[in-house]
Design a protein around this ligand. Structure first.
Ligand SMILES: NC(=O)c1ccc[n+]([C@@H]2O[C@H](COP(=O)([O-])OP(=O)(O)OC[C@H]3O[C@@H](n4cnc5c(N)ncnc54)[C@H](OP(=O)(O)O)[C@@H]3O)[C@@H](O)[C@H]2O)c1
Length: 222
């Protein structure tokens, strides 16, 4: 599979890019608003993998080009820009492309972070509304710590919750998530259930703020 990480120059994009490149044979494309920045970051990721004896090619492109080439497109951008990012390449997506939304709307005050969903109910729903009708959207990876993902020395040992209305698309993302060592995907229902998953992320960040030992915390169910 060819996986594009739009905004793959940022934290969660880096973590997912490194894990997929390290643990799988899927092709990883880094997307950015600035193709030069994407190429520079892609080279950094290659260098990191090379230092661990893994010879992988990671390519960088403008977001639109990366999305155009990919089977699966992860929207690894801040929540407020998810709609514009999808609309920026919607015309280039075909019906087989799967969009993945890890984004979470949050607001910060002195106490910590608070869930702040958009009027659509969740950022996953925003992505679904912005995507062409024939393109399926799956919410995933919301509750993972980018720092933990990007540190390949650390065993993940975490769950990731998936939401999506299209069974085939959910199966594809479930397979890609399961191929990351130490990550267990769990299906949590249709996109209408995304807010419950997204709202766990500020809780995890608040736990990290008040408990040193929970830095980079995630979720595990059982
Ligand atoms: N960080 C985490 O631990 C974590 C965990 C789970 C989920 N998430 C979610 O994943 C998403 C990305 O988080 P992050 O921490 O990786 O964010 P980030 O590092 O702040 O940003 C990711 C990328 O978004 C792009 N970007 C910034 N402003 C943009 C704009 N106006 N329009 C389009 N793209 C823009 C940038 O790429 P270019 O400048 O290269 O275009 C940037 O590198 C967020 O929605 C967050 O809620 C994050």
């Amino acid at each position: 599979m060819r996986i594009a990480l739009c905004g793959g120059t940022g934290d969660i994009g880096e973590g997912l890019a490194l894990r997929w490149a390290y643990d799988t044979d899927h092709e990883v494309l880094i997307g950015s608003r600035d193709p030069e920045k994407a190429r520079t970051k892609a080279q950094e990721y290659e260098t990191e993998l090379d230092s661990r004896g893994v010879d992988r090619t990671v390519k960088g492109f403008a977001n639109e080009m990366a999305a155009d080439r990919a089977d699966v497109v992860v929207l690894a951008v801040p929540p407020y820009y998810v709609r514009d990012t999808v609309e920026g390449f919607a015309g280039r997506l075909d019906g087989d492309t799967v969009l993945v939304s890890p984004a979470v709307g949050m607001q910060r005050d002195d106490a910590g972070l608070h869930y702040h969903p958009p009027s659509e109910g969740s950022v996953t729903a925003v992505a679904a509304a912005a995507a062409p009708d024939e393109v399926a959207v799956v919410g995933a990876f919301h509750n993972l710590s980018a720092g933990r993902l990007a540190n390949l020395d650390v065993e993940l040992d975490q769950d990731t919750l998936l939401v999506g209305d299209d069974e085939d698309a959910v199966d594809i993302v479930r397979m890609l998530a399961a191929e990351i060592e130490g990550l267990r995907p769990l299906y949590a229902g249709p996109v209408a259930n995304a807010a419950e998953i997204e709202s766990l992320t500020p809780l995890l960040i608040n736990l990290a703020k008040y408990n040193d030992e929970l830095h980079d915390a995630g979720v595990q169910f059982g």
